[in-house]
Write a protein that binds this ligand. Structure first.
Ligand code: NI
Length: 171
């Protein structure tokens, strides 16, 4: 088993940075991807983006089946959402924002173009939870957290709650 990376939490500056494109597709990248899956499972998550382990690069991993179906393990390197359809409003969480859950509006279906670990371009499409996960993780690569998608009022309330938790040593 590979290294388990610690997931960084808000307001770590790396979470607000736009990640750099991945340009080298070597064994080291493959190892990093494996470690990202292990780190995501260890943190009980269904998606993890590299900036969340303090690596400011454009890659993320997703497994909405949470280990139940190996076919549902998705690696997106340098992804871009190229099509969106519909609208869904569901509660969302994030490993970098523990205990915070809020309803976020997302597209119901998306298609993304990305590279795999070999550097080959692939297309991935999904609806419902998978669509949500793809949009959430691609946002991370642009320095966007789900709280940035909330209304100003909701976002301020969440920020106040997090600051209070930090102050009380609960974060
Ligand atoms: Ni997240």
């Amino acid at each position: 088993m590979g290294k388990i990376h610690e997931v960084v939490k808000w307001p770590e500056p790396v979470l607000a940075k736009v990640g750099a494109p991945v340009t080298v597709f070597d064994a080291k990248l493959k190892t990093l991807v494996d470690e990202m899956f292990e780190s995501m499972y260890a943190a009980q998550g269904i998606g993890l983006a590299a900036p969340q382990i303090a690596i400011s690069q454009r890659l993320c991993v997703i497994d909405v089946s949470f280990k139940k179906n190996p076919d549902e393990k998705i690696v997106l390197i340098n992804p871009e959402i190229i099509e969106r359809k519909g609208r869904q409003v569901e509660e969302e969480g994030c490993l970098s924002l523990p205990e915070i859950r809020e309803k976020v509006t997302r597209a119901e279906w998306v298609k993304a173009r990305a590279q795999n670990v070999h550097g080959e371009w692939i297309e991935v499409e999904g609806d419902e939870l998978l669509a949500r996960a793809i949009q959430h993780e691609v946002d991370h690569l642009d320095g966007i957290l789900f709280i940035d998608r909330l209304s100003r009022l909701k976002r301020d309330l969440v920020m106040r709650k997090m600051k209070k938790m930090i102050k009380n040593g609960e974060w």
